[in-house]
Write a new protein. Sequence first.
Length: 223
Amino acid sequence: MRQRLMVALDMPDAAQALHMRNQLAEHVGWFKVGLRLFVAEGAPLVKELLTSHKVFLDLKFHDIPNTVAQAIESAGALGVQMVNVHAAGGSEMLKRAVDAASAFPDMQLIAVTVLTSDSMPAEQAKVVAVERALLARDTGLHGVVCSVHEVASIKKACGNHFVTVTPGIRWGSQDIQDQKRVADPALAVQQGADYLVVGRPIIQAAVPADAADEAVSMMSARF
Ligand code: C5P
């Protein structure tokens, strides 16, 4: 289960990110580098994280097809194991991303369906997420980012091997903050999510390693 937990290193600088990496080193399999950390520290920090863990580069590319293809090539050259684009970028952009990613067989290319912070009503989000997941699958991407509440419908429509990555994870009395479509780690695994992305509930915990262990034990609870 630890290998299915991705911790979002949404920290301001390399020193704090590496301190968190060291605290969580034995507790999680993946780190996610998003906009905040990448804008501040860029490729050298990603390379350092890759010496100990798998890395999901969560920059959600959404631009003209050529620019996205070039960004995917740069991500592949960095050596990350997962990168993402917005499915809303359309089929030509997705196709160019797939072509660029094909040179890097160890890197999974994932599309964001509907952000878990989006205020779209849940039923509508499910319809749109499935539509975008089908487009991503038919274009050759490995999977999607979606909320836990869309995983079962996406797996049904796209097949069980189509990867689902789920942020918006909260448990106990945690504040949902800016997230809208949230679920706990047990439900995420029960619904079939392949990877769980957890940020603030772990990185802002009094003891991050304990919070990670708690998430992992909930992921294992029903199995
Ligand atoms: O702190 P929290 O657990 O809400 O962090 C969720 C992480 O997942 C953030 O880094 C956010 O950028 C990312 N994410 C998301 N929703 C998506 C894709 C990525 O929340 N659809």
